[in-house]
Design a protein around this ligand. Structure first.
Ligand SMILES: Nc1ncnc2c1ncn2[C@@H]1O[C@H](COP(=O)(O)OP(=O)(O)OP(=O)(O)O)[C@@H](O)[C@H]1O
Length: 953
C-alpha cells in the first residue's frame, strides 16, 4: 500500500516536471517572455468640431473635463453622463498647427528612426476628419501637409513656400473659401516663420530642384534644435529616399488614386499582398518625392480621383477610406536600405441612412463604409482581448480591406495615433457616443504584439532590403520608376488634371532626374513598353519576386525555428535521458516490488491451499455425520409415517366418535333442560305444599290450643267430680295402667291403617277435621259419661291423637322434604353425570387436537428431513468437487498453480484463468442449493393442499 502511494507521488511529480518543461518550451516558441509588459498603446486624440452656428451648440452636451477626459450627456438616458478618457483632448479652439503638434509631429522622428507609423482620423460624417487630415491652405493646412513639411525639413528638403508649388487643389480653396493669393501669402508666412524658428534653413527653398537623395538637416541635428533625439543614432551622411503612394478603399475595392480615371473604363482594382512584414497593396504607384511640394502634388493629384459625394451632412462627404502612404528608405550599408513608412488614413465617416438621402448608390456606399468601420471596431476589441489572453484568437484583420491594410499599423512595433473627431451638436449624440466608445476601446490596445496577442520580439518593424530588392519591391512598383515630374498639375482642367507621361524606362527615369535613382538601384531595366500588358507582366513578375522574397523570409524563419527546435531537441534529449534514468530507477523499484508481490501471492496461495484442505477435512467429517443423521432421520421418518397413518385412521374414528358424543351431549343437554324445567315445577309444587303445610301447622296449633282448652276443661271437670266424689279425692290415677277409653275407636282410626292413610297430608287433614267435627259430640258424650275411666281414656285418646298428629305432621313434613331432596339429588346426579360426560368428551376432543398437532409436527419434521436430504445431496456434490480438486492438486497441477508468473500481468491472468473453473465449480453447489431450496418450497406448497384435503375428510 505504502509503496503504491510512493509510486503514485513519484509519477505525479514526474508528469508535473515534464509538463512544466513542455509548457516553458511552448511559451518560448510563442514569443511570450516573462515579465511581458505592454509597449506604447494606441494614442488617441479627441478633437471637437466647433459649431458653425450658436444654435448648434447644446449646453452641457459635451463637456471637456480635463486635457484627457470628456463627459457626454447620455443620449438615451436623460440625466446620465458618461466619461471617456483620451491621451489628449484638445480644446475646441485648437488650431491646425496645435493639432499637428499633438499628432503628426510625434510621427516624423519615429519614422526616421525606422518605425512604421500611422495616423488616422475616425469620426462621424461631417465631424471634421478630412479637415483635420488635409485641411486647407495656409494656417488651415492639415496634419498631413504639416507632417510632410516637417519630414522634408528634417531631411533638408527645404521646399516650402513657392507659390507655384503650394497646394493648389481647387477643393482646398473652394472648401476653405479663401483666395489663392491669400493662401500663397499665408503659406509663405508660415515658412518664413519656421525659418525664423530655425526649423528649416532659410534661403532658396524655392530655387532649385532637389536631389532625390535626401540628407538629414544638420541644423536640426544640432543639440537643442531637435525636439526629440532620434532613437538610433543616424549618420549625418545617411541617405534617404522618399516615396509616396495614394490609395482609396471604395466599396471594398482598392483603387490607386494616382492612376488617372478614364470615364470609359472601369478602374483597376488592386490586390492586397503580404510579406514578412505584413500586408501591403500590390502594384500600387509609388512616386518618388523629394520635397513637401512634391508631396502636395501627389496628394492633389490623388484627391481629384477620390470618391467624394454630397450627403445631407456634408457637401463633400468622403465616400471612401483614403490612405496616403509615405515610404522612407534609409541607406543602412552600401547596398542595404531600411524602409519605414507613415500612413495617413482619412476614414470615411460613419453615418445613418436617414442622413444620406434616397440615392441607392449612396446608401450602398454608406452600408459598406459602416460595415468596414464596424469591422475596425471588432478588430480593436479583439486586439484588446488578445492582449489579455494571448493566443486565444487570431484577430480577424481579413474581414475587410480596411482592417487588412491597417494590420501593419495595429500590430508589431508601430506608432499609431487616432484622431477622433466629434461634433458639438447634440443632434449627432449617438454618432458622437459611438466614436467616443471606439476611442476608449482603442486607447487600451497595446501595440508591439502580433495578431495572436503575443509580444512581437522585433524592436523595429522597418524592412531591410537590398539594393536589388529596393529596385524590385519599391521602384518597380512605381510603374517603372515614375517620378513626381510625371505628375504635372494642370489647374483649371478638371477632366485631365494631370497628364501622365508615357511610362519611361528605368534609364529614362534616371536621366530625367537630377540625382539618378539608378544610383540606388542596380537592376537593369528593360525597354519601356508603356503598355498595360507589359506592366501587368512586370507586376506578375514582381509579384513572383515578392513571393520569392516572402518565402525566402519564411524559409529563413523556418531555418531559425528548426535550429531553435534542434536546440530544444537537445534539451529534450537531456531531459529524456534524465527521465530515462528516473524511469530505470523506477523500473528497478517496480521489479523489487513485483518480486515481493509474487512472494506474497505465493505465500497467500499456500496458506489458502492449506486452509482449503482443512476445510475439506471438516466438510468430510460433517458429511459423515450428516449421513448418519440422515439415516436416523429416515428411520424416524418411516416410523412417524406409519404412526401418522395410524393416527390418521384413529383420528377419523375419534372424529366420528366425537360427532356421536357431540350429538349425545346435545340430547343430554336437552334432557338437562327438561329436568331443570321439571325441577322448577317441583320447586313450585314444593312451595305450594310447604304453604299448605304452614296452613296445616297453623290449624294444628289452633287445634292444640283448643285441645289444651279442652284438657283444661277436662281437668276442671275432673276436679269438680273429685270434689263431688269422695272416692276421687283419695284415689290417685295410675296413668301407667290407664287404659284408653273405649270411645277412642270412634274418635281415632286404627293406628296402622291411620299411618298408611296419613302418608297423604290431605287425608290426614281430612281425618283430623273429621275427628274435630266428632270431638264435641264425643266430648259431649264423654262429659255425659259419668265414669272417670272414660275420661282418662279420653284423655289418653286425646294425647294419643295429639301424638299421632304430631307424628303424622312430622312424617308428612319429612316425607315431603325427603321426596323433594331425593328428587333434587336425582336431578343433581343427572346433571353431574351429564357434565362429567361433557368434560369427558371435551378432554377426548382436546386429546385428539393434541394428537393432531403432534402429527402435524411430525409431518413438518418429515419435510425438514426431506430438506436435509437435499442438503446431503448437495454435500455429496460438494464432496465430489472437493475430490476433483484433490485429484487436481494430486495430479501436480498445484505446482503450475503455485509457480510465480514471469511477467505480472500475463501470468497472473493465466493463474486466475486456471482457478476460474474451480471457482465456478465451487459456486455451482450454491446455485444447486438454491435450486433445491426452490424445489423444496415448491413441494411444500404442493403438500399443503393435500393435508388440508385430508383434514377436511
Ligand atoms: N475644426 C474645424 N474648424 C472649422 N471648420 C471645420 C472644422 N472641422 C470641420 N470643419 C468644417 O466642417 C465641414 C465638414 O468637415 P469634413 O469634410 O472634414 O468632415 P468629414 O468628417 O471629413 O466628413 P466626411 O466623413 O463626410 O468626409 C467642412 O466644411 C470643414 O471645413
Amino acid at each position: 500500500m505504502a509503496t503504491s502511494v510512493i509510486e503514485l507521488t513519484k509519477k505525479r511529480l514526474f508528469a508535473q516536471k515534464r509538463n512544466e518543461k513542455v509548457k516553458r518550451r511552448s511559451v518560448l516558441a510563442a514569443g511570450i517572455v516573462d515579465g511581458d509588459t505592454a509597449s506604447d498603446a494606441l494614442e488617441t486624440v479627441l478633437r471637437i468640431r466647433p459649431a458653425s452656428s450658436p444654435r448648434e451648440v447644446s449646453d452641457g452636451f459635451l463637456q471637456i473635463d480635463s486635457s484627457t477626459h470628456v463627459t457626454i450627456r447620455h443620449p438615451t438616458r436623460p440625466g446620465h453622463g458618461e466619461q471617456f478618457g483620451f491621451n489628449t483632448v484638445v480644446p475646441i479652439s485648437t488650431t491646425q498647427r496645435e493639432m499637428y503638434s499633438h499628432s503628426g509631429a510625434k510621427l516624423v522622428r519615429a519614422a526616421l528612426d525606422g518605425q512604421n507609423c500611422c495616423l488616422f482620423t475616425y469620426g462621424a460624417s461631417g465631424s471634421g476628419k478630412t479637415f483635420t487630415m488635409m485641411g486647407g491652405p495656409g494656417e488651415d493646412a492639415g496634419v498631413l501637409a504639416r507632417t510632410m513639411e516637417s519630414l522634408f525639413a528634417m531631411l533638408d528638403g527645404k521646399m516650402y513656400g513657392s507659390t507655384d508649388i503650394r497646394p493648389t487643389g481647387s477643393s482646398y480653396i473652394s472648401r476653405v473659401g479663401i483666395t489663392e493669393e491669400k493662401q500663397a501669402n499665408a503659406f509663405k508666412d508660415e515658412v518664413l516663420e519656421r525659418v525664423n524658428d530655425g526649423e528649416c534653413q532659410s534661403g532658396d527653398w524655392n530655387s532649385r530642384r532637389r536631389s532625390s537623395i535626401l540628407r538629414l538637416n544638420p541644423e536640426l541635428l544640432k543639440p537643442g534644435n531637435a525636439p526629440e533625439p532620434l532613437k538610433e543614432p543616424i549618420d549625418d551622411d545617411s541617405e534617404f529616399l522618399v516615396f509616396a503612394s495614394f490609395v482609396e478603399v471604395y466599396n471594398e475595392r482598392i483603387h490607386d488614386l494616382l492612376v488617372p480615371v478614364d470615364g470609359s473604363s472601369k478602374r483597376a482594382e488592386l490586390r492586397i499582398r503580404q510579406d514578412a512584414k505584413g500586408p501591403f497593396v500590390g502594384g500600387v504607384h509609388q512616386v518618388q518625392i523629394s520635397s513637401a511640394h512634391e508631396a502636395y502634388k501627389v496628394i492633389d493629384a490623388g484627391r481629384r480621383n477620390l470618391n467624394v459625394a454630397a450627403t445631407r451632412l456634408n457637401e463633400e462627404s468622403s465616400r471612401s477610406h483614403c490612405l496616403f502612404i509615405v515610404k522612407i528608405a534609409r541607406r543602412l550599408t552600401a547596398h542595404r536600405w531600411g524602409v519605414s513608412q507613415i500612413c495617413f488614413c482619412d476614414l470615411a465617416g460613419a453615418e445613418r441612412s436617414k442622413n444620406i438621402g434616397g440615392d441607392a448608390k449612396r446608401l450602398g456606399e454608406s452600408k459598406t463604409i459602416n460595415k468596414s468601420l464596424m469591422q475596425l471596431g471588432i478588430v480593436i476589441e479583439e486586439l484588446r482581448n488578445n492582449q489579455k489572453n494571448p493566443g486565444s484568437v487570431a484577430v480577424s484583420f481579413r474581414n475587410s480591406k480596411l482592417t487588412r491594410l491597417m494590420q501593419s499599423y495595429l500590430t508589431g512595433n508601430s506608432k499609431t495615433i487616432i484622431i477622433v473627431t466629434v461634433s458639438q451638436n447634440e443632434k449627432f449624440a449617438e454618432e458622437t457616443l459611438n466614436s467616443l466608445k471606439f476611442a476608449a476601446s482603442a486607447k487600451t490596445v497595446s501595440l508591439g504584439r502580433d495578431r495572436h496577442g503575443f509580444k512581437d520580439m522585433t524592436k523595429m518593424n522597418m524592412s531591410t532590403i537590398h539594393d536589388t530588392q529596393m529596385n524590385a519591391s519599391v521602384m518597380f512598383k512605381t510603374m517603372s520608376g515614375s517620378t513626381i515630374d510625371q505628375y504635372n498639375v494642370t489647374r483649371g482642367n478638371e477632366s485631365a488634371y494631370y497628364s501622365r507621361q508615357p511610362v519611361a524606362s528605368q534609364e529614362d527615369t534616371i536621366s530625367s532626374s537630377e540625382t539618378p535613382v539608378s544610383s540606388l538601384t542596380s537592376v537593369p531595366s528593360g525597354p519601356a513598353s508603356g503598355s498595360f500588358d507589359e506592366d501587368y507582366r512586370k507586376w506578375t513578375k514582381l509579384d513572383l519576386i515578392d513571393d520569392l522574397i516572402y518565402y525566402r523570409e519564411r524559409e529563413r524563419e523556418l531555418v531559425a525555428s528548426v535550429l531553435a527546435m534542434k536546440n530544444a531537441w537537445k534539451d529534450d534529449e537531456k531531459l529524456m535521458n534524465e527521465e530515462r534514468m528516473d524511469f530505470d530507477i523506477q523500473k528497478n523499484n517496480w521489479k523489487v516490488d513485483l518480486h515481493n508481490e509474487r512472494a506474497r501471492l505465493r505465500n497467500e496461495y499456500n496458506s489458502s491451499t492449506e486452509k482449503l484442505f482443512r476445510e475439506m477435512k471438516i466438510l468430510k467429517k460433517s458429511l459423515k455425520e450428516s449421513k448418519e443423521e440422515v439415516a436416523r432421520i429416515e428411520a424416524a421418518r418411516v416410523e412417524s409415517k406409519i404412526e401418522f397413518e395410524e393416527k390418521l385412521k384413529g383420528t377419523d374414528a375419534i372424529s366420528t366418535e366425537n360427532e356421536e358424543l357431540k350429538s349425545e351431549l346435545k340430547v343430554l343437554q336437552m334432557k338437562n333442560q327438561n329436568l331443570e324445567a321439571a325441577a322448577k315445577d317441583n320447586d313450585s309444587k314444593l312451595e305450594k305444599q310447604l304453604a299448605e303445610t304452614r296452613k296445616l301447622r297453623s290449624s294444628l296449633a289452633q287445634l292444640e290450643l283448643k285441645l289444651a282448652e279442652k284438657e283444661d276443661e277436662l281437668l276442671t271437670v275432673k276436679t269438680t267430680r273429685m270434689s263431688i266424689d269422695p272416692l276421687d279425692s283419695n284415689d290417685t290415677i295410675d296413668f301407667a295402667n290407664f287404659n284408653p277409653p273405649k270411645a277412642r275407636s270412634s274418635i281415632l282410626p286404627v293406628a296402622s291403617s291411620t299411618r298408611t292413610q296419613l302418608n297423604s297430608t290431605a287425608d290426614l287433614m281430612s281425618n283430623i277435621m273429621e275427628d274435630m267435627s266428632k270431638t264435641p259430640e264425643a266430648l259431649q258424650s264423654f262429659s255425659d259419661k259419668p265414669d272417670s275411666d272414660d275420661k282418662v281414656e279420653l284423655y289418653r285418646q286425646i294425647q294419643d291423637l295429639n301424638r299421632q298428629l304430631r307424628e303424622a305432621k312430622k312424617e308428612a313434613t319429612e316425607s315431603a322434604e325427603q321426596k323433594q331432596s331425593n328428587h333434587n339429588e336425582a336431578l343433581l346426579h343427572q346433571i353431574k353425570e351429564a357434565a362429567n360426560k361433557e368434560a369427558e368428551l371435551n378432554s377426548k376432543i382436546n386429546a385428539l387436537e393434541l394428537e393432531k398437532e403432534v402429527l402435524k409436527k411430525r409431518s413438518d419434521r418429515c419435510l425438514l428431513r426431506k430438506e436435509k436430504e437435499n442438503l446431503e445431496r448437495d454435500n455429496e456434490v460438494l464432496q465430489s468437487k472437493v475430490t476433483k480438486l484433490e485429484n487436481l492438486l494430486a495430479s501436480g497441477n498445484i505446482e503450475n498453480l503455485m509457480a510465480p508468473p514471469s511477467t505480472p500481468s500475463k501470468k497472473f491472468k493465466n493463474t486466475t484463468d486456471n482457478l476460474d473453473p474451480v471457482v465456478e465449480e465451487l459456486e455451482k453447489p450454491k446455485r444447486a442449493t438454491t435450486r433445491s431450496q426452490r424445489r423444496l418450497s415448491d413441494s411444500t406448497n404442493q403438500v399443503a393442499p393435500k393435508r388440508n384435503l385430508r383434514s377436511r375428510k
